[in-house]
Each structure stands twice: as C-alpha cells, then as structure tokens.
Design a protein around this ligand. Sequence first.
Ligand code: SF4
Ligand code: SF4
Length: 340
Amino acid sequence: MEGIIPAWGRILRGYTPNLSIEITRECPLRCPGCYAYGDDHLGGDVTLRQMSDYRGDALVEGVIRLVREHRALHLSIVGGEPLVRYRELDVLLPKLTEMGVYTQLVTSAVRPIPREWAAIPRLQIVVSIDGLPPEHDVRRKPATYDRILKHIVGQQITVHCTVTRQQVGRDGYLDEFIDLWSRNADTRQIWVSLYTPQVGEESPEMLTPADRQRVVGDLLRLRAQYPKLRMPEGMIEVYRTPPESPAECIFAKTTTCISADLEARVTPCQFGGQPDCSQCGCIASAGLGAIGRHRLRGGLRVGAIFDASFKVGAAMRRVRGWTSGNGNRESENGNQAPGA
Ligand code: SF4
Ligand code: SF4
C-alpha cells in the first residue's frame, strides 16, 4: 500500500501518477505475440518501428520533461528494448532517483545490465522470461537463457513471465519455472502475467478459459511454496474476472502511456490497439484491481473511492485548462486518463 496516499493526491489534482514511456522504437528481438510491434498498437496509422525516436541528451531531457509535466510518481521504461539506449539510461536513471521517482525498467536482458545499476535506489529491473529454456529461447532469441544468466549477474531482478498457450500444455510446467528462478541468486522476485490478446485475435499464444483457471489454481498453490513468487492472492484472483473494459481498469485510468516520439499516446493502456479486457492478464492491472475490489471496514469498496476521486480529478483538469487559458484542451489531450 506504500505510495497509495501520494498517488491518490495526484489523482485528486487531475494527474495520472503512473507514466509508461517507450523510450526507443528499436529491438533486436522478434517475439511472437509482441503487442508493441502490432499493426494497431498506435492506432493503425503508424507502427512503433516507423515512429521517430530520440537519442542522447534529447532523450534524457525529453523523459525528464514528461515526468515533470505529469507529476509522475512511478515511471515504467519500456520499448522496444530499452537497453539499446543504455548510455542514455546511465545518465537518466540516477536523475530519476534524485527526483524521487520509482522507476521500473522492463528489458529482455539481451545485453549486459550495467553492474552499477544494482546500487541505484528506487530502480526495479524487470526481465521478461517467457517459460523454460526450450520455449523461451525459441520465442525470445537472441535474448536466450545463456545470455540472460550472464547479463543479470550482480543484479536483483524481477523475473516477469507472460504465460502463453505454449507453456500450459504440460502439467508441472509453472512449478518447474518458479522453482528454477527461485533458486537463482540474482532474482529478487517472480511475477506472472497471462497473455492478453486483442479483440478478435486468434493466435497460438491465447489461453483458453480452462487454461486460465488452471494457471490461477497453480499460482495460488505455488505462492504458498515459493516466497519469491510475490503475488498476493487477491491479485491472482483478479485473473479469473478481469476488468470488463478500460473504464473499469484502475491501472488504465492511473497510467499515461507515451510512445517513442515522446508525444503519441498509447491507449487505452500499454497494450495499445483494442485489447480484449475480458482476457486481460496484465499483472499491473490485476494488482490495482485487487486494491480496488478490497472492502474497507463498513463495506465500502476502495474502487468506489477511486471512482469519486477520478471525477474530482477530471474537474481539476478542466479548471486548470480554463485558468491556463487553454479552454478544456488539457482534458482532451493532456492528462485524460484512458478510458475515463
Ligand atoms: S523484446 Fe519486447 S519489444 Fe522486443 S519484440 Fe520482444 S516483446 Fe516486443
Ligand atoms: S490493462 Fe486494463 S485496459 Fe488494458 S487490457 Fe487489461 S483490463 Fe483492459
């Protein structure tokens, strides 16, 4: 619950406390089912690979400007592959820490993660590892197990696995995966998401409803056996009944996602396009969903407090727009929470 009060303050003032930035359009991987490079990720007119992006000081300054503009408390640095801009990150990450921002860097670990980054406070390095070596290495080469194991030495990473259909065909698969990474000394914790398709998608990655129920059951069992699987029960349960739409998703409403030109919005959430909320498996959405579904003493849902706060925040944005002479421009293209 740490960070809830300041985040709530930002919401009441009409800001989204979480910011997610695709800091580069580049990535040496070609993962099947990658949403960032989907044709509709940015609405259909342009793809992430066609987007202009920044390097050097312009990138560092651009990210800091966005963090200030949005009064962000938490920043997710995503891509593309953020490590292709490791020189810029060397400068940027300590600056974000000085600003009091909590930063999450999501990477494939395709190249070494600089050792010094392990000592940067408020930085979390999340490495995407999609299953055991036979499945992962096919999907995510050249970011294979061999490389990852070398590149994370000296860090305390968060392992992030997105479960796809390919991983649920065999009993005990998740057990083996969680056990393997629990024994890794460079791993602090393990998170598991479920593959989230676009509306109307038919792909080999998609889980069936029965797969989903089985994975939820496995996670509930495994969290009790493996302390590094840091996923509260309520969060896992949200995977059974995800939010019905972006308007119901606290994560989408509290996060502004920006693409590599540092301007274009990715909506309604980091997936872009038209994600199928009914099959959402995003761990961030599940985490905030669990908080929203929690009932306080007296029976009031925390989500009801959020909803009231979003309304106050929307009014504050309008007032800011009027007082800054922009009419309601700010609410149209400034900090409008996706799906609100
Ligand atoms: S590493 Fe990430 S951005 Fe790159 S192709 Fe894979 S899923 Fe997409
Ligand atoms: S993160 Fe939220 S908006 Fe995005 S697919 Fe999941 S439920 Fe829908």
